[in-house]
Design a binder for this molecule. Sequence first.
Ligand SMILES: [Zn+2]
Length: 86
Amino acid sequence: MTRVLFWLALVFLVLFAIRSKIRGMQQRARAQQQQRPNPFTPPVRPQELPDAELMLCCAHCGVYYPASENVQAKGHDYCSHAHATL
Ligand SMILES: [Zn+2]
C-alpha cells in the first residue's frame, strides 16, 4: 500500500512541476510579446528629418536638381550657370 502511495505522490509531484514550468514559459512569452512592438503599426518618422526639397527640371539638360541650386535666366530654370549661359 505504501508503494502505491509513493508512486501516486511521485506522479503528482511530476505533474505539478511540469505545470509550473509551462506556466512560467507562458508568462515569459507574454512579457516578450508586450515588449515587442506591433509589426503592423507604421514606423514613427524621426522629427529630425527635414521635409523633402522641391526638385526642378533643367531647361537645358533635363536633369532634376534641388530648388535651392536653381539658376534662373530668361524666365527658365537651369541646374548651373554653365547651362543658363548656353
Ligand atoms: Zn542642366
